[in-house]
Structures are given as C-alpha cells and as structure tokens.
Design a protein around this ligand. Structure first.
Ligand SMILES: Cc1cc2nc3c(=O)[nH]c(=O)nc-3n(C[C@H](O)[C@H](O)[C@H](O)COP(=O)(O)OP(=O)(O)OC[C@H]3O[C@@H](n4cnc5c(N)ncnc54)[C@H](O)[C@@H]3O)c2cc1C
Length: 430
C-alpha cells in the first residue's frame, strides 16, 4: 500500500486529493491531506469579502469530517522539515513518511518586497488570504465612514493582477452606490507594462476593454510604475511622486513556502518548484507540485518585473494531471502520462459588468497562441457567481472534475489534460 501525501487543501490540493481518491481503489492506497487550516476557501471570492459583499463563511468548506468520510486522511498542521531524498516531512513536529508527495501550498506573500506593505507590519491592505480579506473588510468599513483617496494596485514582482482590477472596479461601484464617489479620487498603480497585460500580455482585446473601463470610471492609471515604499497615508513611487491615500490595497509578489525554500537546491530563488512535463520535480521522481507553487517563467521580458499568473483553472488542470500520473505509476490506470494544458479561462467580476478572458495556452509559444479572447458583459459577473457556487458544491461533495464538467469543457474545445507528446497544432497570433 502506497501513501500519497498532498500538502495544502486549496484550489490545487483539494481537487487533487479527490481525484486521487477517485482513481485509486479504496483500501489499496492511502491518500492523506495535510493542511494548516481545517477549511477550504474559494480564494477568487476574497475581493468580495474584503468589500463586505460576501460573508467569509459562504465561501469556505469545513474539511476534516468531510474528508474522513471520503476515505481521505486529514491532518491539520503546518509542514516543516521536508527531506525529499528520505521521503519524509514533519507536521507539527511529528514525522510523516510518504511514497508520493504532492505539494500544493500556494503562495507565501512576500510582504517584505517593499517597506510599508501591510496589513500587519505596514499601511496597506491585501485580499490574498482569508485573514487579510477580513482585515481589509474592517478597514473598508472604517474608510466608508471617513472616505478619502483610494489607491489600488500591485508592486513590482507581483503576478496575480486580476484581483486588483476586480477590487478597484468593485470598490468604485460601491462608492458610487453610496454617493461617496465624489469624495474619493481613485488611482490604480501597476508594474504591468500597460493596464490589461495581466502578466501574460497579448490577450486579444484585453488592453482596450480594461483601459476603457478604467477611463469610464475616472480611475487614474499609472502603468509600468514601480512603488518604492509605503508610508503612513502615502505611496512613494520609484520616481519620487507621492500619492496620498486613506485606503490602499496593494498585491504583493508571491514566493514558495518557507519549508520548501529551506531545502537546498529544491526551488528557484523565489521558492517556486521546477517541474517536468508530468509535474514531477526534476530531481525527485516521487515529488509532484501543483498550483501557484510551480515555477512558470514569463514568455516575455517587461520593463518592470511581473510574474505569470497561475489561475484556478490552470491549478485544477495541474492537479488532474498529477493525480492521473500518480495513478498510472501505482497501476490503477493504464495509458500514457499527461500534462496540464494550461489553458486559462478567467472571469473577472466588476460588479455590474465583467470580462471573460481566454488564453490558450496561457504562455504564448513563439509569440503565438491557439486562441485568445476577452469579452465584456454583465453575464460574466453572473457566471462568476454561478461558478463559485458550483466549485464550492464540488468541494463539499468531494468531486474533482466530474464527467459533465469535462464534457462541457470539451464542448467549448477545452480540456484540462493532454498527452505529453501532443503537438501544439495550428497557432494563431494572439
Ligand atoms: C485574491 C485572489 C483572487 C483570485 N481570483 C482568481 C480568479 O478570479 N480566477 C482564477 O482563475 N484564479 C484566481 N486567483 C488565483 C487562484 O486563487 C489560484 O490559482 C489558486 O488558489 C491556486 O491554488 P493553490 O492550491 O496553488 O493555492 P491555494 O488555493 O492558496 O492553497 C494553498 C493551501 O496550502 C496551505 N498551506 C500553505 N503552506 C502550508 C504548509 N506549510 N503546511 C500545510 N498547509 C499549507 C494554505 O493554507 C492553503 O490552504 C486568485 C487569487 C487570489 C489571491
């Protein structure tokens, strides 16, 4: 009997564990999830929580009993002391051995990237973790009582820009609704070369749509702009300009978890895990990685450093590929190893409208993609809400990607995994 340990129960870890349990016959192999929190959180909805538009409890799923009922062992604790050559780690100081490991620990926030980044040790808010979203919500309620300038954006090295656009446009809508917009000048600051780049660039129509929306809402945009530091009530740009704020939400750069960075040679300089096409670590073949913690190099250089976003769908695809590849190795499946397709559909919700982005694949190959699309409409907001409910239901029921979802994806020409040898086919300009 093999023991497969999955670290992290977020958008990557939990579906991976469900798929492993689905593929590996009960009683034959053990699936263990180790998570430092007993709850699954639907992270894409955190901007809504921060703005008081959703309750945290509505986007979370309690895990321990649910997983035990599914035949998945759940251990609550923080992983430390990983030793890949010995296939061991520690949880809350106790040793745990594994035959196969899936690391899905998401992002650690590099809040030390510039001085003054908050929320705990600085002056800005973040929406990247449940705890931060709750702090941001409290600060937002105070801001509504005493409004002033609002600054939203990201600092150099950030890779996940969607939530900043969502936050600024949702916040603008809320201020308008409450009759406070006149009192709140809004500035959006980003290291992206242009608004709507999203760390990947070349998304047909995205630049025009995003710029038009920001202009229509009279939001001042400072793109290709580096924030040097934050002081109390003021953002200081690298070029010296000072921008006052009463409320600021800035996304930090991400890095890999500390326990990974502590293993010599395991990660790149920022703690991300290199992976092969099967999503195994190149040096340890029992070691797999899924989600934000994987290394994905940008396909283009930008004047200021920006990372490549790893979206929910890409993360889920990595999880499905990893579960498939482990099941193959354990003899529970026949066939070929697979890779995630890394196609990304993303719904960005701006309240009364939204933009659907499709990038296939996310990173252009030789400057080209099979497909790239950006379309705007209020239906995108509804779809995002519907998707949130659907995803949470899946996590409650213990489904990874059920057959009808796979079928629907196929219906629009998308799949989560593909044989490793599949050629890219006809590439079109993005
Ligand atoms: C604010 C925000 C909004 C987003 N919006 C969208 C969107 O609209 N659409 C989209 O496609 N993508 C969106 N994303 C990206 C999406 O959330 C990620 O792709 C996804 O969460 C990545 O999954 P993951 O499993 O890698 O990390 P996570 O979902 O963050 O899960 C990692 C888990 O590992 C746990 N963990 C970490 N370290 C340890 C340890 N040492 N021991 C035990 N457990 C540990 C963490 O607590 C966490 O539960 C958004 C991201 C953010 C931050």
């Amino acid at each position: 009997m093999a023991r497969v340990v999955v670290i992290g129960a977020g958008l990557g870890g939990l579906p991976t564990a469900y798929e492993l349990r689905h593929l590996l016959p009960q009683g034959s192999h053990q699936v263990t999830v180790v998570s430092n929190t007993p709850k699954f959180t639907f992270t894409p909805s955190l901007p809504w929580v921060a703005l008081g538009l959703k309750r945290m409890a509505d986007i979370q799923v309690e895990l321990p009993q649910r997983l035990e009922r599914k035949g998945i062992e759940f251990i609550q604790g923080t992983v430390t002391d990983l030793q890949p050559p010995k296939r061991t780690l520690r949880v809350n100081g106790e040793p745990l051995a594994y035959d196969y490991l899936v690391v899905a620990t998401g992002a650690e926030l590099a809040l030390d990237a510039i001085p003054g980044l908050g929320p705990e040790q600085g002056f800005t808010q973040s929406v990247c973790t449940p705890h931060h979203a709750l702090l941001a919500q409290k600060a937002w309620a105070e801001f509504l009582r005493q409004p002033g300038p609002l600054v939203v954006g990201a600092v150099p090295g950030a890779s996940c820009f969607g939530p900043a656009y969502e936050f600024v446009l949702l916040a603008e809508g809320q201020l308008r609704k409450r009759g406070l917009r006149e009192q709140v000048p809004i500035t959006f600051i980003t290291p992206e070369p242009y608004a709507g780049h999203f760390g990947i660039g070349g998304m047909a129509g995205a630049e025009e749509l995003v710029k038009r929306l920001l202009a229509q809402r009279q939001i001042r945009v400072l793109a290709n702009t580096a924030i040097a530091r934050v002081e109390e009530g003021e953002i200081v740009l690298a070029e010296g300009e000072r921008i006052p704020f009463a409320y600021a939400m800035l996304l930090p750069p991400f890095r890999g978890a500390q326990f990974l960075r502590e293993v010599p040679g395991l990660t790149d300089a920022r703690g991300f895990l290199p992976v092969t096409s099967t999503y195994q670590h190149p040096d340890f073949d029992s070691f797999y990685a899924v989600g934000v913690v994987t290394q994905l190099a940008p396909s283009e250089t930008t004047p200021l450093p920006v990372g490549v976003p790893k979206t929910g769908q890409m993360t889920e695809a990595m999880g499905m590929a990893v579960a498939h590849n482990i099941a193959l190795r354990l003899g529970a499946l026949r066939g070929e190893p697979v890779s995630p397709t890394l196609e990304a559909i993303c719904f960005a919700d701006f309240g009364d409208t939204g933009i659907l982005f499709l990038a296939d694949p996310v990173l252009p190959v030789l400057g080209r993609r099979r497909r790239a699309l950006a379309v705007q409409g209020p239906w995108v907001s509804w779809l995002k809400s519907a998707f949130e409910h659907y995803f949470l239901a899946k996590m409650r029921w213990g489904w990874a990607v059920p057959w009808f979802e796979r079928l629907s994806l196929q219906g629009v020409g998308l799949s989560l995994i593909e044989p490793i040898s599949k050629p890219l086919g006809d590439l079109v300009s993005p």
